[in-house]
Design a protein around this ligand. Structure first.
Ligand SMILES: *[C@@H]1O[C@H](CO)[C@@H](O)[C@H](O)[C@H]1NC(C)=O
Ligand SMILES: *[C@@H]1O[C@H](CO)[C@@H](O)[C@H](O)[C@H]1NC(C)=O
Ligand SMILES: *[C@@H]1O[C@H](CO)[C@@H](O)[C@H](O)[C@H]1NC(C)=O
Length: 235
């Protein structure tokens, strides 16, 4: 599987990215334009039919967000795979697409079915946003990918972490809602640890069920594991 990943230039577990995607502007604190979601995304009781990909490591839904100081519980729905000050003027690319191809939907469906074994789920949309080798304001770069996986009933987040350099900057990773009732901070003590830990037993990957429906816990508690060969083979 290593040679396949090498040929595709993808970190293990990442969905393909880059080709023909929307690229965010190379601006300090920049954001994408509003991106219409063909399949609206359910997030703990609200349904969002647009999203903004913000350079500083987060997705928002009602307006772009320039903030680089992390504050998950700040009165908005937000998904932040790594909220910190990032500077894509110095390098790297932040890009996204909504992917409804059968190949990608099969991959994300297989992943979610594996991580949440007691629900029946077939994805019909995957919104993929990737920060590829984007430097911190001060220091080296980070590579991560967040995927909003959904159908009309259910929604999940997949986050893939590649190389995450150590940083002295403030940072936070997780998600929160408008009312902060559904708020989660990924429990790691250093940013690089995001790449070497998991909540679903797949090194460098996290997954969360976020439509708010009950009885759907990840199959594993906080755990460390090695990369998942199954998905790597497909990539
Ligand atoms: C980015 O945000 C920081 C903190 O608010 C601010 O100091 C800086 O001027 C901003 N840069 C731009 C171009 O808005
Ligand atoms: C977007 O969502 C709002 C609120 O759910 C809805 O009223 C509106 O019709 C939607 N717009 C489109 C283009 O789907
Ligand atoms: C899902 O699995 C968990 C753990 O195995 C179990 O506690 C829970 O009752 C299951 N939920 C449903 C809806 O089957």
């Amino acid at each position: 599987e290593n040679s396949l990943n090498f040929l595709c230039h993808l970190p293990a577990n990442f969905l393909p990215f880059g080709n023909g995607e929307i690229v965010t502007p190379r601006l300090e604190n920049g954001s994408s334009e509003a991106i219409t979601l063909q399949l609206p995304f359910k997030f703990f009781g609200r349904t969002h039919n647009q999203t903004f990909v913000n350079n500083n490591g987060h997705l928002t839904f009602t307006e772009p967000l320039s903030d680089y100081i992390p504050l998950l519980n700040s009165g908005r729905d937000i998904i932040a795979p790594l909220w910190t000050q990032l500077d894509n003027r110095r390098g790297g690319t932040i890009s996204c697409r909504e992917d409804r191809s059968s190949a990608v939907l099969a991959l994300v469906t297989a992943a979610i079915d594996r991580y949440f074994p007691n629900i029946t789920f077939v994805a019909t949309s995957a919104f993929v946003a990737t920060w590829d080798s984007v430097p911190y304001q001060n220091g080296e770069g980070v590579t991560f990918q967040v995927v909003l996986v959904s159908n009309v009933h259910r929604s999940f987040i997949l986050i893939n972490y590649g190389d995450i350099a150590e940083t002295e900057q403030m940072w936070q990773a997780g998600y929160s809602t408008l009312d902060s009732l559904h708020s989660f901070t990924i429990p790691v003590t250093s940013a690089p640890e995001l790449s070497s830990s998991s909540n679903i037993n797949v090194y460098g990957r996290r997954s969360f069920h976020v439509d708010g429906s009950p009885n759907c816990k990840p199959m594993q508690p906080e755990a460390r594991a090695s990369p998942e060969p199954f998905l790597s083979l497909f990539l």
